[in-house]
Design a binder for this molecule. Structure first.
Ligand code: TEU
Ligand code: CA
Length: 543
């Protein structure tokens, strides 16, 4: 058994700084705003913050386009504020995990400004350039994740540069050892500041070979990550998590098997694609089925063994709110949000909470593209409208899947703008803030917040939650039930993933003490038990 690490035991909380808390009334969340809410996060019990990018950036993609890796975005504050955040968090046993966006930079990064000056510039090879194809067009038909060609023409040199995201996010050339050294030096600069680790943005892309149209999982990907490990965090116990879209359990082991000295864990998205049509894009919806979720989670829970480590998440800043997506954000908002929390946190892996998830924040609805800020949604809308798609269908897809759903400001109380800002928020606050907010959650002992708080405390007290084996049980389709086993102890986790009642029949399992639940019920027997809508409970099994 591999050695144990703090980052397997904690729960991580993701902060999207622009939308967390605005301290100075300019409508944009900032570092002092985060510092002012650390006591709240300590009360929740988390052990690390994944901080979405706070570096200098023109914000074409809200900070995922970095102009200077060693400077703080002016709207967010100063390096002094950043140092203060690290220190103040540490006092509360919270480590700061930085977002490392090194597949690409901003086109306003000084490396790219130099590179654009011409083919002889020493920074030219920091990026990926290619000559036009024979017909004078783009070198090949690689597509950007944010719609359209991944190649942008540069008139000055009559070459194209690669951008797998927006054209203001030119891709770095990882084949160039100088680029790799720059990245490692920059990582060490942050490590020396006392941070707790790195979340690595689209790290699966750094081994790309664009001329062969290879983007994810390129041949040198793992060689680069091993080199990074050796040159930066390898001898420190840091949380390192790779955003790995195309990972299978086999690929996840390549990243996170401790023997290979690459990353600590993966953040993979197989379950996230369950409501999209296979082979199509996230906008092309299909109904979600619990059976699919069970299949995917079961696979990941059982196939990683101890040769790798996984993240557990429903949400991040790119995904719609889970209670609106697969729960019920109307009559069962509270029950379904609690069920989703219990189901996730009782599995094996490191749980992540995305800001607002702990109070059951929901998706927001727009009726026109003018209300949409996110570049991914806007580009898709423009492209598909030109292709003849129906406008209402496109707005529907954005309402269901768009990234702004996660990015509306955090709802702190029922005062104007939900207590996020005294000014005009950069993105409108969800109008339901009067009902759904932190203050009312803290005032109500039965709120979703206290279920999350309890799950985090249980994790601190019960090694079975971290290290136990996972076994899926056979039940009705809409019931997701599993056991965890550890050192002779067994916990049973039951979730009714449905608006309807469902029958659970596990006559051979004798329920003991209730660990946590979302209805106040005595669980005396598991023979022919009628589960209420979204009912969830965890019991010790009596042997
Ligand atoms: O996301 C990677 C990514 O591929 C997403 O764009 C994804 O396809 C989509 O948003 C799914 O909803 C990371 C960051 O998390 C994202 O915010 C950035 O925009 C992107 O990389 C580029 O840095
Ligand atoms: Ca501000």
């Amino acid at each position: 058994m591999a050695s144990k690490h703090w980052w397997q035991e904690v729960v991580v909380y993701q902060v999207y700084p622009r939308s967390f808390r605005d301290s100075n009334g300019d409508g944009i969340g900032d570092l002092q705003g985060i510092i002012s809410k650390l006591d709240y996060l300590e009360k929740l019990g988390i052990g690390a913050i994944w901080l979405s990018p706070v570096y200098e950036s023109p914000n074409d993609d809200n900070g995922y386009d970095i102009a200077d890796y060693r400077a703080i975005m002016k709207e967010f504050g100063t390096m002094k504020d950043m140092d203060e955040l690290i220190v103040e968090a540490k006092k509360r046993h919270i480590r700061i995990v930085m977002d490392l966006v090194v597949n690409h930079t901003s086109d306003e990064n000084k490396w790219f400004i130099e590179a654009k000056k011409g083919k002889d510039n020493p920074y030219r090879d920091y990026y990926v350039w290619a000559d036009p194809s024979a017909d004078g067009g783009a070198p090949n038909d690689l597509q950007s994740t944010f719609s359209g060609s991944a190649w942008q023409y540069d008139e000055k040199s009559n070459q194209y540069y690669l951008h797998l995201f927006s054209k203001k996010q030119p891709d770095l050339n990882w084949q160039n050892p100088k680029v790799r050294q720059e990245v490692y030096d920059m990582m060490n600069f942050w490590i020396d500041k006392g941070i707790g680790g790195f979340r690595m943005d689209v790290i699966d892309l750094i081994g790309k070979i664009p001329e062969k149209k290879i983007t994810g999982n390129g041949p040198q990907l793992h060689e680069f990550l091993h080199e990074m490990n050796r040159q930066t965090f390898g001898d420190k116990d840091m949380l390192t998590v790779g955003e790995t879209w195309g990972a299978t359990p086999e690929i996840a082991k390549l990243y996170s098997d401790p023997k290979r000295q690459e990353l600590g864990m993966v953040f993979q998205f197989e379950h996230v694609g369950l409501d999209e049509q296979p082979g199509k894009e996230k906008w092309d919806l299909q109904p979600f089925k619990v059976a699919g979720l069970k299949r995917v989670f079961n696979k990941w829970q059982t196939e990683l063994d101890n040769d790798g480590w996984n993240s557990l998440f429903w949400n991040n800043h790119d995904l719609p709110r889970i209670v609106s997506r697969w729960g019920n954000d109307k009559e069962y908002r509270v029950q379904s949000a609690k069920m989703l929390a219990i189901l996730l946190h009782m599995m094996k892996g490191t749980p992540y909470i995305y800001q607002g998830e702990e109070i059951g924040m929901t998706n927001r609805k727009v009726s026109d593209i003018s209300e949409v800020s996110d570049i991914e949604s806007r580009n898709m809308y423009a492209e598909r409208l030109a292709e003849g798609y129906d406008k209402d269908d496109l707005i529907h897809s954005i309402n269901v899947k768009g990234r702004d759903n996660a990015r509306t400001p955090m709802q702190w109380d029922d005062s104007i703008n939900g207590g996020f800002s005294s000014g005009k928020p950069w993105l409108a606050v969800n109008p339901n803030y009067k009902e759904i907010n932190v203050k009312s959650a803290l005032d109500d002992p039965k709120s979703i917040f206290y279920t999350y708080q309890k799950l985090i405390q249980l994790r601190k007290d019960n090694p079975i939650m971290i290290w136990g084996d996972f076994e899926l049980l056979k039940t009705a389709d809409d019931i997701f039930a599993y056991e965890r086993h550890y050192q002779g102890e067994t916990w049973l986790v039951v979730n009714n993933f449905s608006n309807n009642e469902n029958k659970l029949d596990l006559p051979d399992i004798k329920p003991g003490e209730v660990i946590i639940q979302n209805y106040l019920e005595e669980i005396k027997s598991l023979s022919n038990l009628t589960l209420k809508p979204w009912q969830s409970f965890v019991v010790k099994v009596v042997k």
